[in-house]
Design a protein around this ligand. Structure first.
Ligand code: EPU
Length: 420
């Protein structure tokens, strides 16, 4: 397993270009199953997760190509039974269920397990598909869904922790081919869901209410192929903003959509980080001390859970006490113990991390436990004095395209150490 060796203490300086969004690309690829025509997706990040999704689509009978950031998918013939092990390994693969059921009226997909950040149930996905007419059974580790036909319905998709991102995408995709009108109430408003809606509209779907909590879908008989550019990855952009701020750097970020991460920009500024639009780009810099700040993760347009870990790494540098409360996933604090190995002073109290910041971090061997936790450890390593070895970075490779080369271009001393 590969590791990153980081020699910290160098302010990041220069320019970085943000890749396409992983969390948009995954459901977009699944949406291509809704038609027998060829779909083209541009600006797809080259990641182990996107490569994995293509393998899943191939296991269902689709033909795929991935070249220079462009993916083409042609699902002319399709079977409704995916490879159990492939699907089980990636939670994002649950979003093939809606398209398969809509197109074939039958789908068997392995039940995704929980993961390190929480139990991650799929009850809302299943509730939505059942409301459209799907008969769902869980058997032998599989979700088996069948329907004579799918019919529009009004579906409330809010859960214990608010709306569901991939659940909304799943129901949206299925409803696009259902008979009649579907109204999704308490739909997720994340830009990734809106990107899926734009893609579906490009395929001929009729959807109103984009970006709002009420989506109205008027089903159509058939969808056709289309060509679509994936939105920029707002979580990658925020990760680079935090890294630049943590190292007292000065970085020009190209290709991001700042309107997609207003909550993060607001908190960065509250903490004393400078953000300035320069044409279509965003400059992030810090000269003075960081101030402590409190954050609570919330559904969009609130502070994203996917930036919580990176922000904690940043707040370790802020002089004073910050409180970070996680409201989306129940156990998303695995990075805290690792940050403490580097000298961070953090206490966990229920859903909150209390960070007493301001003491310099010192490099240490640490273990990445999930994708965003890994990004937090890289940020901490870049800011720390001395050497940090971040082990198990396969998590990072799932979601950050060429992270080490982008950081090297900003002056960071970071090397990939290959393991067996
Ligand atoms: N939930 C339910 N029932 C469901 C579905 C979700 O109770 O049927 C709960 C979850 O347990 C959680 C909350 O609802 O408490 C929100 O989960 P959501 O369904 O929105 O998460 P997701 O769609 O499975 C996507 C991203 C995650 C991101 C979350 C929240 C992808 C592939 N994954 O997951 O991204 O954290 O939305 O924004 O899009 C990451 O990129 O590191 C990552 C984990």
């Amino acid at each position: 397993m590969d590791s990153f060796l980081i020699k910290g203490g160098i302010p990041l300086q220069g320019e970085v270009t943000i890749s396409g969004s992983k969390n948009a690309a995954l459901p977009l690829m699944a949406a291509a199953l809704l038609t027998a025509d060829t779909c083209t997706l541009r600006r797809v990040p080259d990641l182990s997760d996107t490569r994995f999704m293509l393998r899943i689509l191939e296991s269902l009978g689709a033909e795929t190509r991935f070249e220079n950031g462009t993916v083409t998918i042609r699902a002319a013939s399709l079977r409704g039974f995916g490879d159990y092990d492939l699907i089980r390994k990636m939670r994002g693969s649950i979003c093939i269920l809606g398209p398969l059921l809509a197109r074939l009226k039958e789908a068997t997909v392995s039940l995704p397990g929980g993961c390190i950040i929480g139990t991650r149930p799929i009850d809302l996905h299943l509730k939505g598909l059942a409301a459209l007419g799907g008969r769902i059974e869980i058997e032998g580790g599989y979700v088996k869904a069948k329907a004579k036909k799918l019919e529009g319905n009004t579906i409330f998709l809010g859960g214990r922790a608010g709306p569901t991102v991939l659940g909304t995408a799943n129901i949206l995709m299925a409803a696009a081919l259902a008979e009649g009108v579907t109204v999704i109430e308490s739909a997720a408003c994340e830009p990734e869901v809106t990107d899926v809606a734009h893609f579906l509209i490009g395929m001929g779907a009729k959807i109103q209410g984009l970006g709002s909590p009420t989506l109205t879908i008027t089903g159509v008989r058939e969808l056709h192929g289309t060509d679509h550019e994936v939105i920029p990855d707002r979580i990658e952009a925020c990760t680079f903003l935090c890294a630049a701020a943590a190292t007292k750097g000065d970085v020009l970020v190209h290709g991001a959509k700042p309107e997609h991460f207003g909550a993060v920009s607001d908190k960065l500024q509250e903490a004393g980080v400078q953000l300035k639009r320069e044409g279509a780009s965003l400059r992030v810099s810090r000269s003075g001390r960081l101030k402590p700040t409190d954050i609570t993760t919330l559904p969009y347009a609130g502070f994203p859970t996917d930036v919580q870990a990176q922000f904690i790494a940043l707040l370790c540098q802020a002089h004073g006490t910050s409180v970070v409360t996680e409201r989306i996933f129940e156990s998303r604090f695995m990075h805290v113990a690792e940050l403490m190995r580097m000298g961070a002073e953090i206490a966990i109290e229920g859903p909150s991390a209390i960070i007493k910041g301001g003491r310099p971090l010192s490099g240490a061997p640490v273990m990445a436990s999930d994708l965003r936790a890994s990004a937090a450890l890289v940020i901490a390593g870049l800011a720390a004095e001395g050497e940090t070895m971040v082990n198990r970075i396969y998590h990072l490779d799932r979601g950050y395209e060429r992270m080490e080369s982008k950081l090297q271009a900003l002056g960071a001393n970071i090397q990939r150490v290959e393991g067996e």
